[in-house]
Ligand binder design. Structure first.
Ligand code: PLP
Length: 390
């Protein structure tokens, strides 16, 4: 918005490149909770840090610009951003939500919003007919996560936004997996973009943070009101860490995406790997759509192993990735959705969504790709040679 620089240049050369007061080339961390008012009749821009803080504001302006929005908001976690955005809804509203949504969002919708009289319908959003059938007179929100977690299904963002507009509903898109570097939902018609900035945006597994961005100014005022009312704001140290992580977003993602593509292709050739889910594979059902609406298939993939014994030995034998929850970091992260991100989903719901007990999710980091492939290869071969070990 502020200039015509390309995305990667804007990550470094934006309004907050230089502190106007001192020339400092890093955004100052403003710890103050309150601000002296010099004039009883006219208060300054800042009065109390829950409402507005200069360090948090810098991050909010940077993310708004990167997503092509008018207003950004920083929260204490991705779930705080998502939950606060849900407060735009009222009693008796209905939400249409993607089926394999992040486990925490599933919990919020099924266990919390229901107590406030907000209904929901889960649908496979890759099927527009099913989405249309789920529409009710009180549908006020379409909630999209694409590519989805953990099965990497791809939803047509523009098509959902069009449907939402026809029924006067809002569209929220969780853009955690691709970030504005590779997908910009506001340009495709979305109303609110949500992020777990804990993941790729910060990128170093050292901060928990959430972001929201809107394009419409009136909606921005409503969300700003809710951010202040609910109060789940991001602290200044963490805002600074996200700002620092953002500077390398483009190069980190570029490397990880290339690496993820090679690893997905390698896993496809392995007889002990049953299925590979990655929108960069030509046989992915929404391969074309992904290439149309996003700049890359992302750096997260999932794969299913032949059986649980293999899964256990694979996890025990791989040396490079950390075995952990979370994704989007400099180090590769291997996760077990059934016991991690989707542990809060009842088993029957989980299996119905295809999140089986033999599914692993890999978030590809910045290691040498061949090292990762060699590591996976030997973990699979060890088991093939010695299958009774576990
Ligand atoms: C991690 C994650 C969240 C939740 O974010 P937190 O920062 O952990 O609260 C939401 N959506 C997606 C897709 C995520 O990966």
């Amino acid at each position: 918005m502020e200039n015509d620089f390309s995305f990667e240049t804007k990550l470094l050369h934006n309004r907050h490149k230089i502190d106007p007061a001192t020339g400092a080339v890093s955004v100052p961390i403003q710890h103050a909770s309150t601000f002296h008012q010099f004039d009883i009749d006219q208060f300054g821009k800042y009065d109390y840090s829950r409402s507005l803080n200069p360090t948090r504001e810098a991050l909010e302006e940077v993310i708004a610009d990167l997503e092509g929005g008018t207003k950004g908001f920083a929260f204490s976690s991705g779930m705080a951003a998502i939950s606060t955005a849900f407060l735009l809804l009222s009693q008796n509203d209905h939400v249409i939500i993607t089926e394999d949504v992040y486990g925490g969002t599933f919990r919020m919708v099924t266990e919390v919003l229901t107590r406030y009289g907000i209904e929901h319908t889960f649908v496979d959003m890759t099927n527009l007919e099913k989405v249309k059938q789920a529409i009710k007179p009180n549908t006020k929100l379409f909630y999209v996560e694409t590519p989805s977690n953990p099965l990497l299904k791809v939803t047509d963002i523009s098509a959902i936004c069009q449907l939402a507009k026809q029924c006067g509903a809002l569209t929220f898109v969780d853009n955690t997996f691709l970030t504005p570097a590779h997908q910009r939902p506001l340009e495709l018609g979305a109303d609110v973009v949500l992020h777990s900035a804990t993941k790729f945006l910060s990128g170093h597994s050292d901060v928990v943070a959430g972001l929201a961005v809107v394009k419409d100014e009136a909606l921005g005022k409503r969300l700003g009101y809710l951010q202040n009312a609910f109060g789940a704001i991001l602290g200044v140290q963490d805002a600074w860490l996200v700002l620092r992580g953002l500077k390398t977003l483009h190069v980190r993602l570029e490397h990880s995406v290339k690496s993820a593509q090679k690893i997905a292709e390698f896993l496809q050739t392995q007889p002990l790997v049953k299925n590979v889910y990655y929108p960069g594979l030509t046989d992915h059902p929404q391969y074309d759509l992904q290439h149309k609406q996003a700049q890359s298939p992302g750096a997260v993939l999932s794969f299913e192993l032949q059986d649980e014994a293999l899964l256990r030995s694979f996890i025990a034998k791989v040396k490079i990735p950390v075995f952990a929850v979370s994704l989007g970091a400099v180090e590769s992260i291997l996760s077990y959705p059934a016991k991690m991100s989707h542990a809060s989903m009842p088993e029957s719901e989980r299996l119905q969504r295809g999140i089986s007990n033999t599914l692993l999710r890999l978030s590809v980091g910045l290691e040498n790709t061949d090292d990762l492939i060699a590591d996976f290869k030997s973990a699979l071969q060890d088991h093939a040679k010695n299958p009774v070990e576990v």
